[in-house]
Each structure stands twice: as structure tokens, then as C-alpha cells.
Design a binder for this molecule. Structure first.
Ligand code: ZN
Length: 346
């Protein structure tokens, strides 16, 4: 009996070995195939701003077009936002751009079509004519016309054009630049796209200032109104940056780190965010307009963490900013030298 078992197992072992090798080969092939998959933008998590700002009915359209043309759908949402404020203003522009994403008729129909700019609607919405002449307009909803005033057609056509630009230059900045030849436009679109995805760039597309590992916390002003140190007989533990009429404007994380505190503070700080950084540093952002970014969030330098306010012990909108080294407040000036120098205000 034992002998038979031995013979069977000896006979089987090469077979099992072969099965194992096949399984390994299949596994490796699958891994390679998966790693070569085209970029997947389906699992983008929206920032709070993105969730509040992007009308939810458009999201499936952006996603479908993004997937079809391999374009980050947040770029499509951002273009839609910048072009027509999510279709709340679809008037023809002074340059003659039309529809939900403001195409020139010639770009939609094709610049190769004779006197494209004066083509009738029946002509420029005809998918056969468009494809014959190589335009970018597409009929995405399958109603037989490629209509810049149909939201699906417009978003898909935008994706089509961006995708074409990307295939030529493979650089999203330049691809957007080719959509509308202006640097401000590129900055605004990318600003919105990043704000939608994680609040990395302030909401109105202003350029944030990042230098190496640090960002200036208050993009709209460098007006220092109070220094660290002795003040009215007490110790001022941080530096004040005034917002003037800038109530509600974004406040950014000074450095990358983790939010370890974000709530109302009864000690006079009002709504306070504390971020823990490397090297035993913490930064404090006080008097925020409302509760800041969630505790536990890992932030990048320059990420929006709250909005300028005047909550707690405060006489007007400003950011009270502290740097603590080993939990002891230190003068932030040396850390901020790149942004505001080291010379204290009088
Ligand atoms: Zn202060």
C-alpha cells in the first residue's frame, strides 16, 4: 500500500510542479498587464470644495468622457467651470465660442472646412461632415447630431480635443494651453482641478507660493500686523497676518504634516488647526472662520487647511500663526525669512 502511494506521488510531482510554474507565469503576466494599464481616474476622491462646487449631475458625464479619452475627469470639470461656470453662462463669447465648453465653430467642425466660421448649425453639428474634415465635435449621446449645446456632446468633445493635444505634446499644461492660448487660463483650470481633488491650490485659481518644503500660508497678503514676543505685557506666541477684507479666504499648510487638532479652542484661539511636522515641529493656525480640515488628514505644503476668520480672542480677520519646537513657541520669523524676511515690523 505504502509503495503504491509513493509511486503515485512520484508520478504526480512533475505534474504539480508544472501546475505551479504555470500559475506563477500567469500571475506575473497579470501583474505586468495591470501595471501597464492606462491611467485610472475613477477613484479620485473629491475635496470638500470639490464636493460642494461640482454639480453632481455632471460627474458621470465627466467620468465617462474621461475614461473614454484617457483624460483626468477633474480637468474636464475644471474647464467646464472656467468656461461657463458649469453651464450657468452659455452665452456666445466675444470671440464667438459657443456651447457648454465654449468651442469655436471651426474647432468643433474643423478648420479645414471651407469658411468654417460661418457654417450653418446643420453643417457644424453633422457628425459625418465633422469626421470627414477632422473636427473635434462628437455626438456622445447618440442622437445623430454633435451639438455643442448638448452637455454630453460638449464634454466628450472637450475630452476629445484635450486627448488629441496630449497625444501631440504629452504635457497637461501645454494640452490645456492649446485649448485656450493663455497662461492665466491654464493656471485657472489647473487651480480648479487641484482644488477639486484636494484643495491643493486656492479656490479662485490664484497661484500659491511654494518654496522647497514650505508654502506661504496666506496667499492673498503678507501684511504682518503683530510680531512674536512681548506685547502689552504678555508674550505673543506667534505672528499675526492680517486679512483686511479677506474674511473667508484660504489658509494653507506651511509644511507637509499631519493634522493633529482641528476644533474650537476655548483658550482664545477660536477655531484652531495644529499640524505636526517632522523634526518635532508643530504649526498653529488660529481664529479660523470655521472648523478647519479634519484631524488625522495628511497635508502637503500649500494645501488649504481652513479659511481666514476672526473667531476666539480676535479683534478682526487675521491669521495667528505659531511655530512650536518641542512644544515651545518660537519666533516664526527665521522660518518665514524666505517669504517676509527676518526684519520685524516697527
Ligand atoms: Zn496673534
Amino acid at each position: 500500500m505504502k509503495k503504491t502511494l509513493l509511486i503515485i506521488s512520484l508520478l504526480l510531482s512533475p505534474f504539480i510542479l508544472m501546475l505551479v510554474s504555470i500559475a506563477v507565469i500567469i500571475g506575473i503576466t497579470l501583474l505586468i498587464l495591470m501595471s501597464e494599464e492606462k491611467p485610472n481616474y475613477e477613484n479620485i476622491t473629491l475635496s470638500e470644495f470639490g464636493e460642494n462646487e461640482i454639480p453632481s449631475e455632471f460627474i458621470p458625464i465627466y467620468q465617462e468622457a474621461g475614461e473614454k479619452y484617457a483624460v483626468n475627469w477633474l480637468i474636464l470639470a475644471a474647464i467646464h467651470r472656467v468656461e461657463t461656470n458649469f453651464s450657468t453662462n452659455v452665452n456666445t463669447s466675444s470671440a464667438g465660442a459657443i456651447g457648454h465648453t465654449q468651442f469655436l465653430v471651426c474647432t468643433w467642425l474643423s478648420w479645414n472646412y471651407p469658411s468654417c466660421s460661418t457654417a450653418s448649425r446643420a453643417i457644424y453639428t453633422n457628425p459625418e461632415i465633422i469626421s470627414k474634415y477632422g473636427g473635434y465635435g462628437v455626438d456622445a449621446n447618440g442622437d445623430g447630431i454633435a451639438d455643442p449645446y448638448n452637455i454630453e456632446d460638449a464634454i466628450h468633445s472637450t475630452a476629445n480635443l484635450i486627448s488629441h493635444n496630449l497625444s501631440m505634446i504629452n504635457d497637461i499644461r501645454q494640452a490645456i494651453f492649446a485649448y485656450n492660448h493663455a497662461e492665466w487660463y491654464v493656471n485657472e483650470v489647473l487651480g480648479f482641478a487641484e482644488a477639486f481633488s484636494g484643495g491643493y491650490i486656492p479656490v479662485d485659481g490664484r497661484i500659491i507660493e511654494i518654496d522647497g518644503e514650505t508654502a506661504w500660508m496666506v496667499p492673498h497678503t503678507k501684511n504682518i500686523t503683530s510680531e512674536y514676543g512681548e506685547r502689552w505685557g504678555t508674550q505673543h506666541k506667534g505672528i499675526d497676518i492680517a486679512g483686511g477684507g479677506d474674511l473667508g479666504k484660504p489658509i494653507l499648510a506651511f509644511m507637509a504634516g499631519e493634522v493633529i487638532y482641528s476644533q474650537w479652542n476655548t483658550g482664545g484661539y477660536g477655531y484652531l488647526v495644529i499640524i505636526e511636522h517632522e523634526n518635532n515641529l508643530k504649526t498653529y493656525y488660529a481664529h479660523l472662520q470655521k472648523q478647519g480640515i479634519k484631524k488625522g488628514t495628511k497635508v502637503k505644503a500649500g494645501q488649504v487647511i481652513g479659511y481666514m476668520g476672526s473667531t476666539g480672542n480676535s479683534t478682526g480677520p487675521h491669521l495667528h500663526f505659531e511655530i512650536r519646537k518641542a512644544d515651545t513657541p518660537v519666533n516664526p520669523r527665521p522660518y518665514l525669512a524666505h517669504w517676509i524676511g527676518t526684519e520685524p515690523i516697527k
